[in-house]
Structures are given as C-alpha cells and as structure tokens.
Design a protein around this ligand. Structure first.
Ligand code: TRP
Length: 441
C-alpha cells in the first residue's frame, strides 16, 4: 500500500496542485477536483490496476492481450506518449527541487526575510547553465538506478520514507495555520467562489490534475497492477491511493496558501508558486533551514521515483521492441530523456524569447490537459466496452451488484462523455485563457 501511494505522491501533490488551485480560484476548483478524483480518477485507477493484475504485463502488451483487435490493441500507446510528454519536463522541475536542497544543505541560507530567494530563483531559472546542470543530474541519477535494475529497492526505500514526509508536511501545515494569512487562505481554499465554475477550463484543469497526480492514463498503474499479489482487495487499495494522494495535496495547500497570503504572493502566479513561497516559510521558522533540508530531500526522493518510473516505461519498451540488455536500453533511454528535457530546461533562458509561454509550462498544460485526458478516454472505453464485463468485474475484485454496475456505467458512459466534453470546452477557452498565456513574472 505504501509503495502504491509512493508512486502517486510526487511533485504533483505539492508543486502542481498548489499552482493549479491558485490559478483556478481556490475552493470551487477543489470541489470539482474532489468530484473528478472520485468519479473519474478512482474508476480508472481500478481499471488500470485490474488490467495489469489480470495480464501480468506492461501497459502496451496488457491492452493488446485483453483487446487484441484494432484499434483497441493500441490503447497502451497513448499512455506511452503521455509518459514521454511528462518525461520531457518533469526532470526540470525535479532539478529545481534538487537545486533547493543543495542551497539549503550547503549554500548560503536565505536571510531572515527569505526575500533573497525569489530573485535568486528567477536568476537561477533564467541562467541556462545551472538549469541544464540540475536537470541532467536528475536524469543521470534516475538513469543509473534504471540501468542497474535497482528501482524496486529505491521504490521501497522511498515508500518507507513517505511517512516521514507526511510528518514534515503535517508540521509545516500546522505552522501554516498559525500564520496571520491562514484565515484568508482557508477562505480561499474552502469557501467556493462559484464564478469559477462558469469557466470550462476549470473542469479541464481539475480532470488533468487528477490524471497527473494519481499517475493515471500513462500505463504506469497497469505496470504497477501487474506486481499486485492476487489476494489484495483492489478496490480498497485504489480508494486508499486516490484518497491518500488527495489528502496529501490538500495538506500541501495548507502549507502554500497561508504563506502566500501572509507574505503577499499572488496565488495565481503559476508554476513558480511553491518555489517562491516556501522559502519564506522556512525563513520564518526557527530551525527552518534544517526543516527545509528534510522537506526538499524527501520531495526529491518522491520526484526521483517518478522520473525513474517514467524512464522505466521507455526502457521496458526498448527491451521489448528492440531487444538488447537492460544496460543498453537504459543508456539509450537516458540519452533520449536528456534530449527531450533539454528544451524545457532552457524554458526561461534561451528559449524565453522563442515561446510566448515558457516551454515547461506549455508542456505541462499540453500533457495534463490534452494528452492524458485523451488517453483516459481510450482506457475508459477500453475497460467499459472492449473488456467483457463479467471478466472485468472479476479482475477488479468488485462486489457484485451496485458497485460493479456503477463502475461499468462510469467507464462506459460518464467518464468518456464527461472527459470529452471537458476537453472540448477547455480547449475552446485555451486559446485566449490568460492563465495559459502567462509567463514567469
Ligand atoms: N503522480 C506523480 C506526481 O504526483 C507524477 C507522475 C506523473 C508520475 N506521471 C508519473 C509518477 C509516472 C510516476 C510515474 O508527482
């Protein structure tokens, strides 16, 4: 259970959740998000785990085995594309985390006001050398883990550390609630501003965030399901994963938003939000530097396991399709990841003038709000219509009667329709959505 949670928890809960909530106006978005997790994320999570456990195969093979006819046998490829899209920028954000860890552990600590950190961060992302360096470091570390085949060990170590991470973020949330901006933050997070619901992009952002944070529609959970022992109660495991992941995100919100309001940051500033707000929190805490070291170390672990899992998608694919040894495949995958991530690492420096919106942010939006929803529609139709219902329900280990009825109905009708509508609506607004066109300010 801890290992499963470990694979879901990552930058998505801390970095991405907070900035997406901030961009989309707070409380009403969170409501939509929780509904999306329950009605879309959870049933898909059960479906992916079930397909994996049933076939004991990686995503591409698993789908082809359950639905051998065209075009369904290709369903797993959507996930591969999704994983590659995320691999093209996730290491860059992980690099930010690593750089913060280094600064807190060995660098000159930000002064009491923490203010030096914001310009420091902007200077960092704006200089091509350091951004590329940290990104390369992340990819090389993840690549070595995959090359030597020790990812299960790392996964286990990181899942053992996740409870410690949970404790640190609970302490930080407690500290957040003691800040003067806390009541404003609670209002922002839990009192819905219904006007947000009139923007179709709110729903798309919620669905995209649910996919990203749970790790859905990337084939990863199919692979994960293939390691599940047969005895495990799959629906219960899925509820724990989706619920735990959401809980961690909400707790992270209690760290970021009280601080944002206390120290006067714009919660809608975009992907840099957590990275400029958190240093203020650590600066104001007694012993904050060491809390920061613990926090960034564990966040880095969580981020690295994600990069490892994403690389593993590519490695197992290369080994299956091209053949060859793990070491060679890992080397090729690492090189590919370096090339893929290089443009994103230059987002705020060399490529800043080329794209209106920094490339990392564009990649993040396109992956979560277009690629993953498309893949999710495919998985949902596949599990609902292509997989024989009796077999699917049995593989999922759902009780007969209403839970299995509801699950199938959601997969067949609600999820494909809702996600398709949300996608179309969101894309229409996409073009002139100010939050999409915004760069680093
Ligand atoms: N769910 C992870 C997070 O919240 C992100 C993620 C996306 C991921 N795709 C993944 C993790 C693939 C592992 C594998 O940060």
């Amino acid at each position: 259970m801890l290992a499963a949670l470990g694979s879901a928890i990552g930058l998505g809960n801390i970095w991405r959740f907070s900035y997406v909530v901030g961009e989309n106006g707070g409380g009403a978005f969170i409501l939509v998000y929780v509904v999306a997790v329950a009605l879309i994320g959870l049933p898909l999570l059960i479906a992916e785990l079930a397909i994996g456990r049933r076939t004991r195969a990686g995503p591409v093979k698993a789908f082809a085995r359950v639905g051998p006819r065209l075009p369904w046998r290709w369903t797993g490829w959507f996930g591969v594309v999704g994983a590659l899209c995320i691999l093209a920028y996730y290491p860059v954000i992980s690099g930010w985390v690593m750089r913060y860890l280094w600064v807190y552990a060995f660098g000159s600590v930000p002064d009491a006001a923490g203010l030096r950190f914001v310009p420091g961060f902007e200077a960092y992302v704006a200089s091509p050398g350091p951004s590329v360096l940290w990104t390369v470091l992340v990819i090389v570390i993840a690549g070595s883990v995959v090359a030597f085949g020790i990812e299960r060990g790392i996964e286990r170590a990181s899942s053992l550390l996740m409870p410690v991470f949970g404790m640190i973020i609970l302490v930080l949330a407690g500290h957040g609630l003691s800040l003067p901006g806390a009541s404003h933050a609670l209002e922002f997070l839990f009192i819905p501003d219904w006007a947000v619901l009139e923007r179709p992009v709110t729903y798309l952002a919620a669905v995209g965030q649910a996919f990203f944070s749970i790790g859905l529609a990337m084939g990863i959970l199919v692979a994960f399901g293939s390691y599940l022992p047969p005895g495990i109660n799959l629906p219960r495991a899925a509820i724990a994963i989706a619920g735990g992941d959401t809980l961690v995100a909400l707790v992270a919100g209690l760290i970021v938003f009280p601080a944002a309001f206390t120290y006067g940051f714009d919660p809608a500033q975009g992907p840099t939000l957590a990275f400029v707000v958190l240093p203020q929190v650590f600066a104001a805490m007694p012993g904050g530097r060491w809390v920061a070291v613990g926090f960034y170390l564990l966040l880095l672990m969580a981020a690295l396991t994600s990069v490892i899992a994403l690389l593993e998608v590519l490695v197992s694919l290369l080994m299956a399709k091209v053949g060859g040894r793990r070491l060679g495949a890992a080397l090729a995958a690492t090189m590919a990841a370096l090339l893929l991530a290089l443009p994103s690492a230059l987002s705020y420096s060399i490529l800043r003038r080329v794209f209106a919106e920094p490339l990392v942010e564009r990649m993040d939006h396109v992956s979560s709000n277009i690629v993953l929803p498309l893949s999710g529609i495919a998985v949902s139709l596949f599990a609902g219509w292509v997989w024989p219902a009796a077999e699917a329900v049995k593989a999922a280990g759902l009780p007969q009667r209403w839970p299995s009825w509801l699950w199938l109905w959601l997969l067949r009708f609600l999820i494909p329709l809702a996600v398709a509508l949300v996608l179309l609506g969101g894309l229409g607004v996409f073009l002139d959505n100010p939050s999409v066109a915004r760069g680093l300010r």
